[in-house]
Ligand binder design. Sequence first.
Ligand code: ADP
Length: 605
Amino acid sequence: MPRPRSFFFSLLISNLLLIATILGLGSWWTFREMDRQANWNSRRFQGQLLSLAKDGLEDNWRDAAKIIEQYCRSYASRPEFRLTVIDAEGNVLGDSDHAAEKMEAHNNENHPELLEALQGTTLKDTFAESTRLSRTKRIRYRYLASPIRHENAVVGAVRVAVPVSDLTEDRRRLSSGISTGFWLMLLSAAFFVTILIWLWSKPLKAISSATRQIAEGNLDPMPDVGGSSEMLELFDAVDSMRQTVSRQLETITWQRERLQSVLKHLPDAVFALDSEDRIVYYNGAAEHLFGLEAFSISLSIQYLLRLPEILDFYFSRRESSSREPVREQTMIEIRQNGARKMIEWELVDIAHRRQDEDIACLLIARDQTDVIQTERMKADFVANTSHELRTPLTSIRMTIDNALDGIYPVSAYGEVFEMLDRNIHRLEALTDDLLALHDVEDGTGTPIREKTTLMEQKTWIDETFCRKADEMRIGFRVVLPENLSEVAASCFFVDTKRLELVLQNLIDNALKFTPADGKVELRLSLLDENMLSVECEDTGCGISPENQSRVFERFYRVKQRKTERQRGTGLGLSIVKHAVERLGGSISLSSQVGVGSLFIVRVPV
Ligand code: ADP
């Protein structure tokens, strides 16, 4: 489309055309009227001259020759007029510009004005007129002729001629004067019109540029424009439109920010998509869950979430034929950095099937891995606990039933009571472990930090485990740092109950899984005076790498033939792990099957 001419130029050109037309018409009319007037004036003057001559001749016709000579002489001094007098036969009696005797008779059709005058048909005050080329002078003349009457008879005719070239010259001068006037007027009108239109269009231009800026998104206050009251009204209207747009934009921005901040703080990953399936926003949880890096917003969902199941879910639900906005859910398992995650996906269609929507739907992802795992662990825990309780209980029930049925001879009672004692012991151990696990897992109680020293801890361990280790023929020793006097004696604060739980379970396991003649060493030290280090090393059966990550689970026991003394509840290391966590520390394990195991615990004190 051709670019439309600017308002300034359109107005200028149309105004100039209008002015030129008016001036042209005015000039033409003026020229026509002035020309007519000049013609009329010159003709009247010529007529007056003719009347004077005619009257003079008629009054003095008897002395005609003298008068004619006198007239011709006076006319000869005025080259712009020519006087000719003829008698009734057409013979030239006198001519101001030419010798009369050399001139031919003038009563023929070559001189129609004289012919007409001689016929005497011209009324008083009117003249015979003709404009033609003079045969004697070879220039064009306008001739006026009048009869000379004497005693009621036409005795001749007198003629006054004016060269037409003089009239044309006058006309040319008049025309050039008027056209100069026309151009001068047009130029000055153009000049003033240009200035006027520029002054008019200036505020309009300012308003149009301000409107363009609003359209481009610049909503700064508009600079003042002067001009007429209509311009000021227009300016006010545009300015109030700007203010309204600015306010609405502020509201939209504020609402958008609020929405984004709400989405940002949601624990669920949220993706906002437009009606073209482009992701226009995603929150921090989404970034974290899917390890997304900064990307250019408005990328299609296919480029960002390259998971076929999710794309299938998204597109199948988006294209659903339902008339109502949809809200769909599904659970999809994804692998991330080698770990499996169970993600619950929800599609909330908030602008169903509407085109050009900024935010058409929300795709929400909830990481349910922990929830599902916790539920599974809870179910396992109940099943395992029931199983662990049922085994000794069944054994006790059977023993008592058999005793009541008198199956056991009295001599076997000692053995029966021993079996009952073992099972009850097992139930007690299990209950103790369950209580201890509950205590460390619960974590609601405030830790009771007590003052202790490394030496105190060593004494307690020696008292508790040395005899047992001797009985099992295991070389057991507690090692403190060499500069004992300085460091080991220095006191520290720690939740001693939980620390004892950790030490007890670790040493119990070490003794349990180390054969006779093996060694168990417990090294206690303080790192940087505020970090307690416990290293429990044994030369026992060791734990295979695949089991190392699982031994801390509740009720998990490595499957192998176990002797009676190795049988446990499967809760020991789970208690250790949770107790260490409650103490704010960490635990690590390194082990080799057939060589031994080393548990390292670090606890801030
Ligand atoms: P349990 O009551 O069976 O000892 P734990 O949770 O304490 O339960 O230990 C879980 C499993 O880890 C044990 O069954 C055992 O197979 C293995 N384990 C624990 N400590 C040691 C160790 N020091 N040496 C070898 N195996 C160990």
